[in-house]
Ligand binder design. Structure first.
Ligand code: PLP
Length: 396
């Protein structure tokens, strides 16, 4: 168990390990406590909670918010991605899906399930899609109506160049859809600049709520135009929005306790200094953790300019004494749950920087990693040459 020493953030009160994962993540006691009472989904008090939540989420957009509205959707993040694609892309539309990891590929799979046209630009495990290549595809394929980009591709931790892509898409007269699941609330996305048609995120990421719903933030004119587009009854963003506007209610059973928890999380987010304050703590978490891990000999997949403050991929050490499952177990014994990697070419693991933790906790993470290596008999945490060769591709 990790002690409170030096940390301004209370450790998990029941002594459970910190979740160094990109959601579900470690939440505050206040967030968990908010779930102790029951709410009637039809009652005025709960309707007011839904209204407050939508308003507070929109406030995070800053000055450009007046052209947007927020529509919560029951389910996990993938439900929201599917709802967004099914609702804003007309049946005869076509999406350019920009993939550099698992979530971009899942969006492409979603398009396949929807039976709607798409083109996939697959950059592999992590290489970022760039403006010039997107511009070339858009110039060549005039049927494309929308471009979908993943903000932070959580499978590698890369922060994709969303502004660059949005500029190119708009210059070519196309609409932009963003999966900002793991970034919204901690990485600013200037809506005046990107002018996206719609984006999605979920409760259990950077706002630090618990899982159970996600939300779509979309231009009001896009919401109006989305009527009749959806393939689905329950994932129809227009229908959910229209019903919520009219009655203040969710169309189907809302995750009442999760909303109550999320309101507590939103208040804490505001107190911390909103997107800027939250982003600053996560950035500090990342910097302290990455510096410490590099001192132990670990190497990151990505060069500093591409590292998100959300989650970081490290190469597994080349040492034959290193075994990920053992490392995982030893880290867990010390109070930290880490995450396996998702790279297909070389072995890796990931450490998240989001949730209720600060730099003092991150120092303990590094200490735990050092102890775990020592117990495994790994004297050198440096990665195999193949990993370093792989990394050169991004530098090129
Ligand atoms: C960028 C991104 N998109 C989509 C998802 C899918 O969300 P969920 O697992 O909640 O369905 C995730 C989950 O971490 C994600 O990070």
């Amino acid at each position: 168990m990790v002690s409170k020493a030096n940390s301004s953030i209370e450790p998990p009160r029941l002594g459970e390990p910190y979740l160094l994962t990109p959601g579900p993540l470690t939440t505050s006691f206040a967030v968990k406590e908010a779930m102790l009472r029951d709410w009637g989904s039809w009652d005025d008090e709960f309707r007011a909670m839904t209204r407050k939540m939508r308003t507070q989420l929109l406030a995070l957009l800053g000055t450009g918010k007046s052209e947007y509205d927020c529509v919560p959707i029951q389910g996990s993040g993938s439900y929201c991605v599917e709802a967004m694609l099914g609702s804003f892309v007309p049946k005869d539309g076509k999406v350019l899906v920009l993939a550099n990891g698992a979530y971009g590929l899942r969006a492409a799979q979603t398009m396949e399930c929807l039976g709607r046209a798409f083109k996939l630009l697959d950059k592999g495990d992590y290489l970022p899609p760039r403006g010039d290549e997107v511009a070339a595809i858009l110039a060549e394929d005039t049927a494309i109506t929308h471009v979908l980009i993943i903000h932070c591709e959580t499978s590698s931790g890369i922060l994709n160049p969303v502004e660059e892509i949005a500029d190119v898409a708009h210059a070519a007269g196309r609409k932009v859809l963003i999966d900002s699941m793991s970034a919204f609330g901690a990485v600013s996305l200037d809506v005046e600049r990107t002018k996206y048609a719609a984006m999605v995120s979920s409760a259990n990421k950077c706002i630090e709520g618990v899982p159970g719903f996600g939300f779509v933030i979309a231009r009001t004119d896009e919401l109006e135009a989305a009527k009749g587009n959806s393939h689905s009854l329950s994932l129809d963003v227009h229908a959910q929005w229209a019903a919520m506007e009219k009655t203040g209610q969710w169309r189907f059973t809302p995750p009442t306790h999760v909303i109550a928890a999320f309101l507590a999380a939103l208040d804490a987010h505001e107190k911390e200094g909103s997107v800027e304050g939250r982003g600053a703590r996560y950035t500090r978490n990342r910097d302290v953790m990455v510096e410490g891990m590099r001192e132990l000999g670990f190497e990151t997949l990505l060069a500093d300019r591409w590292l998100s403050p959300i989650i970081v991929t490290f190469f597994c050490p080349a040492s034959p004494a290193f075994e990920f499952q053992r490392f995982y177990d030893l880290m867990k014994d010390r109070g930290f749950i880490i995450y396996p990697g998702k790279l297909t070419v070389v072995d890796s693991f990931r450490i998240g920087c989001i949730g209720q933790m600060d730099e003092h906790v991150m120092r303990k993470v590094v200490l735990a990693a050092a102890e775990a290596l020592a117990e495994m008999g790994v004297n050198d945490a440096s990665p195999p040459q193949a990993a370093l060769d792989e990394r050169k591709k991004l530098a090129a």
